[in-house]
Design a binder for this molecule. Structure first.
Ligand SMILES: CC(=O)SCCNC(=O)CCNC(=O)[C@H](O)C(C)(C)COP(=O)(O)OP(=O)(O)OC[C@H]1O[C@@H](n2cnc3c(N)ncnc32)[C@H](O)[C@@H]1OP(=O)(O)O
Length: 443
């Protein structure tokens, strides 16, 4: 581990910071596809100026069509380039951003994948502006936070640019975790000694990470853990949930945050894991409890956040675990006697999962309920914050504003149609199997 004290994904106040992976307007129309999120193409277009057609190697900023894994050509922007070790002076590979897709699909491609007839080179004026202006945007601040530079307010434009350069390309391409090799999605600020790592090896139990397979093998012979540290607060069949206190298990919590950042783009990394609890979901067998995903939660949240970050590891995604984690966070809120809401901004996949969960929970109640029901009553029953109920019902066009108040208009046939469209329900939380005392009642 590096010398930093701790890291914690945190996104308070980041809503206005033009997050890279927020729930943009595409969400209603792109429910079933992966990639899910288009890029911020529109604004980019406005802020760039066509300068010239390039030669070789292609310039950073070049726009060109690129053959993707679906075998079709898609527009990309060259983010970075590097010389091929064995190649001649013009033999480069290019790190490209598919402008229609989310940043998690950015990748290194060979020249042969690019349709060179479509090459256009653009100079990004925004980048130029940054180099000459000393004014730091919130977005830039966020980038600096991600690389753990203290006192970043004082950084000049050149250093800022250096940091942007540093975070725009995924630093770690793959990780090994338990029996899975996983392609990473985003940059994560691992300590500098890991900079040259293509693949990292994680102990699936203590989450320590290493550069080489042999190190991991040696570690696995010594590591005593067979499950996350902390208390097992839920067990149902082969599923277990562990509550890990960031203060008591600092190194584990830090490791978890480094790991999670590889799949979370829009979260700022923050120092203090002490202030958070981590709920780690595992599938258990005779070899141990294998992490499936987790969510973090502030011990005390003034904004009534009941979840800070949520992650299902890619091999386990689309199996209902995300909605299970969300449901679990609301069960904890119910036990606390509070309403809750996730920290903003939500990622594209985060918003899809929450929208699916809220829709299903609310419509199930509306379907069964006889007589009138208020938004407040719905909130009390579900621990879902009133704003989230309103936005969900509004997006389903089930709510009208009449005579100064919101009225739910729930035709059973319409409810059925929406429920069908809301996707699967996710794995159920069996509340009887949750044994948990809210944090404030301890100590
Ligand atoms: C507050 C915050 O932390 S916001 C950040 C949220 N976290 C992230 O973005 C990290 C990376 N993403 C993830 O870890 C996961 O995608 C999660 C946690 C958001 C969802 O986890 P999953 O285990 O895949 O969720 P689950 O299987 O319950 O599916 C939830 C719904 O999300 C949608 N969804 C999830 N993945 C996809 C995808 N790749 N493409 C389209 N829709 C998707 C679907 O509507 C799905 O429901 P359905 O399968 O019934 O149609």
């Amino acid at each position: 581990m590096g010398s930093i004290e701790g890291i914690m994904p945190e996104n308070g106040g980041a809503a206005a910071a033009a997050p890279l992976c927020n729930g943009r307007a595409m969400l209603s129309s792109a429910m079933e596809v992966d990639p899910v999120s288009p890029a911020s193409g529109g604004n980019d277009e406005a802020a760039t100026k066509k300068v010239k057609s390039g030669g070789f190697p292609l310039e950073v900023g070049t726009r060109v069509m690129c053959r993707w894994r679906d075998q079709n050509l898609h527009p990309v922007k060259v983010i970075e380039r590097r010389k091929l070790p064995s190649g001649g002076p013009n033999d480069y590979e290019y790190y490209v951003h598919y402008t229609e897709f989310n940043r998690r699909l950015d990748e290194w491609v060979k020249l042969q994948q690019l349709d060179l007839r479509t090459v256009e080179t653009y100079l990004d004026e925004k980048m130029e502006d940054k180099a000459t202006s000393l004014k730091m945007t919130r977005h830039q601040k966020r980038k600096i936070d991600e690389t753990h530079v203290e006192g970043h307010e004082e950084l000049d434009a050149a250093s800022l640019r250096e940091h942007e350069e540093f975070t725009k390309v995924k630093n770690i391409a793959k990780i090994e975790l338990g029996r899975y090799e996983i392609d990473t999605w985003y940059f994560s600020p691992f300590p500098p000694e890991y900079n040259d790592c293509f693949k990292m090896y994680f102990c699936e139990f203590c989450l320590n990470f290493m550069k080489r397979k042999e190190q991991l093998q040696r570690h696995m012979r010594k590591c005593d853990l067979k499950h996350p540290p902390g208390d097992e607060i839920y067990r149902s069949g082969t599923l277990s949930m562990f509550e890990v206190d960031g203060k008591k298990n600092k190194v584990y919590a830090q490791n978890l945050c480094y790991l999670a950042k590889l799949f979370l783009d829009h979260k700022t990394l923050y120092y203090d894991v002490d202030l958070f609890l981590f709920y780690v979901l595992c599938e258990c067998d005779d070899r141990g409890c294998h992490m499936v995903g987790y969510f973090s939660k502030e011990k005390h949240s003034e904004e009534s956040y009941n979840l800070a970050c949520i992650l299902t590891l890619p091999p386990y995604q689309r199996k209902g675990y995300g909605k299970f984690l969300i449901a679990f966070s609301y069960e904890l809120s119910k036990k606390e006697g509070k309403v809750g809401t996730p920290e903003r901004p939500l990622s594209d996949l985060g918003l899809l999962s929450y929208r699916g969960y809220w829709t299903r929970v609310l419509l199930d109640i509306l379907k069964k309920h006889k007589g009138n029901i208020s938004i407040k009553e719905l909130s009390d029953m579900t621990a879902i914050k009133v704003d989230d109920i309103l936005s969900t019902l509004q997006s389903l066009e089930l709510i009208q504003y009449r005579k100064g108040q919101h009225v739910i208009c729930a035709d059973p046939k319409v409810l059925d149609r929406h429920l069908k469209a809301a996707g699967r329900g996710g794995l159920e939380v069996d509340v009887a199997k949750l044994i948990w005392i809210p944090y404030k009642e301890q100590s």
